[in-house]
Design a protein around this ligand. Structure first.
Ligand code: PLP
Length: 488
């Protein structure tokens, strides 16, 4: 039984007393320890119906204090049944984001310290640890020293800032005049491949480029942007009065992890004086492996580059890093210093608020610091190598099976595949594979997602979770084959 003095006294006006915090803090750490130890025991995908969780939460907020023990016990009763477990070893959907224990501890500390790193002065340690972590990450990923970096929440936001910098780079006074209703400047055009992530389209929506301002460049049979088509598109658009201002290349596209030919694209960008942004949100972390060097060689030619430690570096969501050779241009796009934000140190320090739309900033760099120090670069490299091995292993099983097809190359650890008994037309094949993936996910034993390639329904299996071992990939393959035999 909880003691009655644990019930908050509304007249006391203060926070939870330290001893009570310690008691519930330990309870919560114990809960997390068991959750991580037993992450496999939960169904990876919740089978609740929309509205089930909401219906269990009282619709009016409590006017009187509740025992905190009751709040904690509701995690099991209300929250856990509605969880899709991203930390589960059988979560092989989307691009994974798994939380490692040191990353979780960093989140806890970040919440406790509760700083706002908008200015150097508002939290010197946050600003300087961020600078130090950017420097570490730059070295780990083998990026040239010229790259400056900043932490944002997600790759969507990193790319949006990169594209805003590209817009600033063409000097059409967007900052002062905006874009709408202007007759003194041509409309801006942004280029990316047909396989680029939707966050690039959303950047265009946000930045006044509009969907008409995006040109999707065709891809080859391996889903890589065709540089010749890019050059043609730019020439045609210029002739029609557009102002090409930015190309986004991807290393590790979302559907297939295809790799755009960055070096050739960079040559076109250099000739045309167009900003090159490279999106390597998921796969970019593998640049820390010397054997993957070839995939990332072109990055040195980019103007900006995004990579997400929260996707494949075992850092709890969210943490994305934007690198750019032109922090001055990014700053020109976003810096706006009002009187109440001026400090004596402004001329000698970096104030991260100058490089983006958000003012308030969390202490995210703690997560990089804890995770990199706990595992060491070599520890992270070993896990990545194992994931790449397991991805290739699964790809081989698919290739060797006469009734499954691999639908794209596997440069990393994402495998695109479909069942194909050999006697069905494309429509029936789509139906069969859709039925199969639904069956797989309904079991709660494995979670994978799908995409469409050349208009064909394709399943994707991604190995990038920190708890995923060979046994899980083997069990996944056994389950897929068993369910296929049941429905074929
Ligand atoms: N870019 C690529 C290539 C992605 O695959 C994704 C998400 O999977 C994103 C960007 C968006 O990432 P975020 O959720 O961090 O915005």
């Amino acid at each position: 039984m909880e003691k009655s003095e644990d019930l908050y006294n509304v007249l006391s006006l203060g926070d939870m007393p330290p001893e009570e915090f310690r008691k519930y803090g330990y309870q919560l750490i114990d809960w997390i320890t068991e959750y991580l130890r037993n992450s496999e025991k939960h169904p990876v995908l919740s089978n609740i119906k929309p509205g089930d969780i909401k219906s269990k939460i009282q619709s009016n907020p409590p006017l009187k204090p509740e025992l905190f023990s009751e709040v904690l016990s509701d995690i099991d009763k209300i929250i856990m049944p509605g969880m899709t477990h991203w930390n589960h070893p059988n979560f092989m959907a989307y691009f994974n984001s798994t939380a490692s224990a040191p990353g979780i501890l960093a989140e806890l500390l970040s919440g406790a310290l509760n700083i706002n790193g908008m200015l150097w002065k508002s939290s010197p340690a946050s600003t300087e640890l961020e600078q130090a972590m950017i420097n570490w990450l730059r070295q780990i990923l083998n990026l040239p020293e010229i790259f400056w970096g900043i932490i944002y929440d997600t790759a969507s936001v990193s790319s949006m800032h990169a594209i805003a910098a590209a817009r600033e780079n063409v000097n059409i006074k967007t900052r002062e005049k905006g874009l709408a209703g202007r007759k003194d400047t041509p409309r801006l055009k942004l280029y990316c491949s047909e396989q680029a992530h939707s966050s690039i389209d959303k950047s265009a929506l946000t930045l006044g480029i509009g969907l008409e301002g995006i040109r999707k460049i065709p891809v080859d049979k391996d889903f890589k942007m065709i540089p010749g088509k890019l050059a043609e598109a730019i020439a045609e658009d210029k002739q029609n009065g557009w102002l090409p201002f930015c190309v986004v290349a991807t290393i590790g596209t979302t559907s297939t992890t295809s790799i755009d030919p960055v070096r050739e694209i960079a040559e076109i960008c250099e000739k045309e004086k167009i900003w090159l942004h490279v999106d390597s949100a998921h796969a970019g972390i593998t640049a820390m492996l010397p054997e993957m060097k070839n995939y990332f060689d072109g990055i040195k030619h980019a103007d900006s580059y995004v990579v997400n430690p929260h996707k494949w570096m075992f850092i709890p969501i969210d943490l994305s890093v934007l690198f750019t050779k032109h922090p001055d241009i990014l700053k020109r796009a976003f810096s706006l210093v009002t009187e109440y934000l001026k400090t004596n140190e402004d001329s000698t320090v970096e104030n991260y608020m100058d490089y983006g739309i958000q003012l308030g900033r969390r202490f995210r760099s703690l997560k990089l610091w804890f995770v990199i120090r706990y595992f060491g670069v070599e520890g992270i490299q070993n896990i990545l190598r194992e994931h790449l091995r397991l991805g290739k292993l699964f790809a081989r099983w698919i290739e060797e099976h006469t009734e499954f097809d691999k639908m794209a190359p596997t440069p990393f650890s994402t495998v695109c595949f479909r069942a194909n008994p050999g006697n069905l037309d494309e429509k029936k094949l789509d139906e069969l594979n859709e039925k199969l993936i639904n069956k797989i996910n309904e079991t709660g034993k494995l979670f994978i997602t799908h995409t469409k390639l050349n208009n064909k329904f394709v399943m994707r299996l991604v190995v990038s979770g920190i708890r995923t071992k060979e046994v899980h990939v083997k069990n996944a393959w056994d389950l897929i084959q068993k369910l296929y035999l049941e429905i074929k």
